[in-house]
Write a protein that binds this ligand. Structure first.
Ligand code: FAD
Length: 513
């Protein structure tokens, strides 16, 4: 007897004990933030009965046009990679998932729609609506796995309450443990009409490669060359000392479970335990923020704790001008400006610098963290609601487990410490390239009358020496416009003064509490 049923059939015993092949329906795997085939529990669940699988991605008209060009570019390229990986069978449909998913289920006669669970507030609402509409058609929405090693909401104190603070959360998260990566199953992809892959939007940023293969390649490279020494190098803005995996984790092109399993294997193979522990701890922050947002969906827009009076955060035309200077990288604080320009140029910013620029917006410019968070979301390729909003709240001091409000980052001291030779600033702020070494962090000192003249003189000569002749535009015609359209600005605020204002606001809030 044939014990291997054909694809689309499953072998079961009848009531009388006879083995028979039954036709099983098609199932749909609705991809969202899980754009991979390896270590994909929902995919494993979708093929469990040998059913052919329709790989679906819904371009939600309410979200797609609003997303930043950087994120749309990454998504479009990642979908193209997923289409390749499924033999060109990826079904892209446009519209509201509440309409599109039930319509496709009816069209292909699916009995189940499989997903990785969504945990963000809007995703949870959408999934509830889709499940209800599918139920009317007798189709189940089955959620298996999540974008995290441990699903948000699972890690709890002995008393069953959520953790408020990171360190005990991390301990409990480690004790909870996670499943081993799921092996990639054999899949029969169903052939169903697609609306076609989205075009890759033009963006001026220099973006990383997208897709599962690119994510795995980046991860292997980091395991080989970056993990040893990560603990030290990760804070240095001038070194490429971090994994650059955030965008791949954001889209689920690689799963945290895979990373955690590989880290354990690397350590068994001799990778330094401290570096492994530090990297694991960064992943734990990602899981902690998802857990906090799970319990406090309002944290995506509201401060979890009020730490300053309502009138402390600035508003009005001056505030707009200050915000613009910050967003364009023209505050006159080189480390801040380098970070903001790295964001505009690449859609990514080093974590240390993210903290410094966020602190500058909130505590030096006295602008609400939500405004900075929105600018980040508009440009980051890894822009992710739980990570972005809760890191902003951490810096602002409004989060559950946050930096104390009175700890104000000094943008110069941070630059001198985490970009000790000034290379990071020179890379992103070309107007300052003339300044050598760490002098680049305090350009005002070197412009003062008593500054050594030869600093600028030597620098000017080096610009002349490098001059390749008349500048040309891309089409070969002589370039128009001045070579240095805007000289580097003087600091727009005095850090020492603004720090005192921020602390006064803080004390006022405490006094009135
Ligand atoms: P690595 O140092 O290689 O870390 C490995 C992974 O650990 C990261 O990919 C990330 O998933 C996780 N991780 C590292 N640091 C953090 C952290 N502080 N919080 C949570 N997870 C972390 N990260 C995002 O993924 N999306 C965001 O929108 C985002 N916004 C941020 C906003 C601010 C104001 C700040 C201070 C941080 C933000 N982060 C965000 C966290 C962090 O800056 C990035 O995850 C990190 O810089 C990504 O680079 P990497 O992958 O090379 O990091």
């Amino acid at each position: 007897p044939d014990t291997h049923p054909a694809p689309g059939f499953v072998r079961r015993r009848t009531a009388t004990g006879r083995a028979t092949s039954y036709r099983v329906g098609v199932s749909i795997l609705w991809f969202r933030r899980d754009l991979r085939l390896d270590d994909h529990p929902a995919l494993v669940a979708a093929v469990a009965d040998g059913a052919p699988v329709v790989p679906l991605y819904v371009l939600d008209d309410a979200l797609w046009p609003a997303a930043s060009a950087n994120r749309r570019s990454h998504l479009a390229r990642s979908l193209a990679a997923l289409d390749d990986a499924t033999g060109g069978r990826l079904v892209v449909r446009r519209g509201d998932p509440r309409e599109v998913v039930p319509a496709l289920a009816r069209e292909v006669g699916a009995s189940e729609v499989h997903v990785s669970a969504g945990h963000e507030p809007a995703g949870r609402r959408r999934d509830r609506d889709v499940a209800a509409r599918l139920a009317e058609l007798d189709v189940r929405l089955v959620a298996t796995g999540s974008p995290y090693a441990v699903s948000p909401g699972r890690v709890r104190t002995g008393g069953g309450t959520p953790y408020q603070v990171f360190t005990p959360f991390r301990r409990a998260w480690l004790d909870h443990g996670w499943r081993a990566p799921a092996p990639r199953p054999e899949v029969t992809w169903a052939d169903v009409r697609s609306d076609g892959l989205p075009a890759v939007p033009a963006t001026s940023a220099d973006l990383p490669e997208a897709g599962e293969a690119a994510a795995l390649a980046r991860w292997r490279e980091f395991l080989d060359d970056g993990l040893a020494g990560y603990g030290e190098a990760r804070d240095r803005a001038d070194l490429d000392g971090t994994s650059m995996l955030s965008v791949h984790l954001k889209w689920g092109e690689i799963h945290a479970r895979t990373l955690l399993a590989d880290l354990a294997a690397a350590q068994a193979d001799g990778a330094p335990a401290d570096d492994v522990a530090t990297f694991r701890s960064e992943l734990a922050w990602r899981e902690f923020h998802a857990d906090v947002l799970h319990h406090h969906p309002e944290a995506s827009s509201e401060s979890l704790r009020a730490v300053v009076p309502d009138d402390a955060w600035a508003d009005g035309p001056d505030a707009d001008a200050a915000f613009e200077a910050w967003a364009r990288g023209r505050t006159g604080y080189p480390f801040v400006d380098a970070g903001m320009r790295q964001l505009l140029a690449t859609g990514w910013m080093h974590n240390r610098v993210r903290m410094v620029v966020a602190s500058f917006l909130v505590k030096d410019l006295h602008l609400p963290w939500q405004r900075g968070a929105a600018h980040f979301m508009a440009h980051l390729v890894d822009g992710d609601v739980p990570q972005n909003q809760l890191n902003w709240q951490w810096v602002a001091g409004t989060g559950r487990d946050a930096a104390p409000y009175f700890r104000v980052f000094n943008p110069v001291a941070q630059g001198l410490r985490f970009d000790p030779d000034g290379d990071y600033v020179r890379r992103w702020v070309p107007e300052l390239r003339a300044l050598r070494g760490k002098a680049v962090h305090e350009p005002w000192k070197h412009r003062a009358d008593d500054a050594p003249d030869d600093l600028f003189a030597a620098a000017d000569r080096s610009v002349e020496d490098d001059d390749p002749g008349p500048r040309r535009d891309a089409d070969g015609s002589p370039a128009s416009g001045p070579r240095h359209p805007d000289p580097y600005p003087a600091p727009i605020v005095d850090h020492a003064h603004e720090r005192r204002v921020a602390l006064d606001d803080f004390h006022r809030a405490r006094g009135s509490a």
